[in-house]
Write a protein that binds this ligand. Structure first.
Ligand code: SF4
Length: 341
């Protein structure tokens, strides 16, 4: 049912029989009148596409930026974080499924104008805002309006995303974005198809676009799931692709899976899998590789790639000490890639 709260959506075109083709993500849903797309929050009412996620977060949190995870972006600061209902992927291992699989009415979403979101960040003195928890691609109109106002107020904006977005739409959605963490969920199309209902090549395309055509700082996260995407061969191929296409300075995070949603039968990721994967990445030539969702100080510390000086010590999501001098190693002066102030 069409209500006053629904906002006309961008990125669509009419097709046959009063249907709509949504062109926001590579799923390209054909949506019949009165129906939602796969992500649920984009709906066809009378031949017009509406977004019902606009201005309707499912709640706010103040998180450490390391939780996104971002280790080379304003380390040690807090970030105002929120998502909406719905998601454009169908990950069977979703670690946030109570939000991403929710309908708006059963998540008690609240109303928040773009201006009020930025005001909230100012009132909590967070230097940045994260669009996170579900995939912010699906509420792209809201992302644009918030990030535009945030930039005017000198507050940075962060996408925490699977990177499953159409080539044209992403130019709009990322216009005022400063940083992103992109999930590279695995490195086989079998994994993407079977466990996420999406395709690896679309994500790789977004990563290459971020690198070659934007100034957006980005880091990559791979959630390692036992026997699904954690083989030595797959990790090596992922690292080699990153090196060839993105260079050796994009931080890579290997994080631990916990049994959730439709994957309750899997064990947690053992720590040795995370450290083995990190070693593979470092041996291949990636300069910054971290492990997450476990306590592992070595795997969570930033070292200077030139002189090996310990720069930022972390434990889980906490910064224990920071010996950076602005964006440089205090010991040898090497520039460390990222946004540090
Ligand atoms: S954004 Fe939603 S409605 Fe649009 S194509 Fe993707 S899943 Fe379908």
């Amino acid at each position: 049912m069409l209500t006053d709260e629904m906002k006309p959506a961008k990125w669509w075109e009419p097709t046959d029989n009063n249907k709509i083709l949504c062109t926001l993500c590579p799923r390209y849903c054909k949506i019949g009148d009165g129906q939602p797309g796969f992500c649920y929050i984009r709906q066809n009412h009378g031949g017009q596409l509406y977004t019902i996620g606009y201005g309707r977060p499912t709640g706010f949190a103040i998180d450490p930026v390391e939780k996104k995870p971002l280790n080379h972006f304003l380390p040690g600061t807090n970030i105002l974080s929120f998502g909406t209902a719905g998601c454009n992927l169908g990950c069977k291992f979703c670690q946030n499924w109570s939000i991403s699989k929710a309908k708006l009415d059963d998540r008690n979403s609240i109303e928040a104008s773009p201006e009020s979101v930025v005001e909230l960040a100012k009132s909590y003195r967070t230097p940045s805002i994260a669009f996170t928890y579900n995939d912010p691609t699906i509420f792209g109109e809201y992302v644009i309006d918030i990030s535009k106002i945030a930039r005017e107020e000198k507050i940075k904006s962060v996408m925490v995303t699977a990177g499953y977005i159409d080539k044209e739409a992403r130019k709009d959605v990322y216009k005022f974005i400063d940083a992103a963490n992109v999930d590279l969920k695995g490195f086989t199309d079998r994994f993407y198809h079977k466990l996420t209902f999406s395709h690896l090549n679309d994500i790789l395309d977004t990563l290459v676009w971020l690198k070659n055509e934007t100034d957006i700082w980005f880091e990559i996260t791979t959630l390692l799931i036992p026997d699904e995407n954690d083989s030595e061969d797959e990790i090596k191929r992922e690292c080699n692709w990153i090196l060839e296409n993105l260079g050796n300075k994009v931080p890579l995070h290997f994080t631990a899976f916990h049994p959730d949603f439709r994957m309750q039968d899997k064990e947690r990721t053992p720590e040795k899998t995370l450290t083995r994967s990190r070693n593979i990445a470092l041996d291949a030539g990636i300069k910054f590789c971290y492990v997450g969702n476990i306590h592992n100080r070595v795997g969570q510390t930033t070292y200077c790639p030139n002189c090996s000086e310990t720069l930022i010590k972390r434990d889980w999501h906490s910064v224990i000490s920071n010996k950076m001098q602005n964006d440089r190693c205090k010991n040898c002066g090497t520039k460390i890639e990222g946004i540090f102030n």
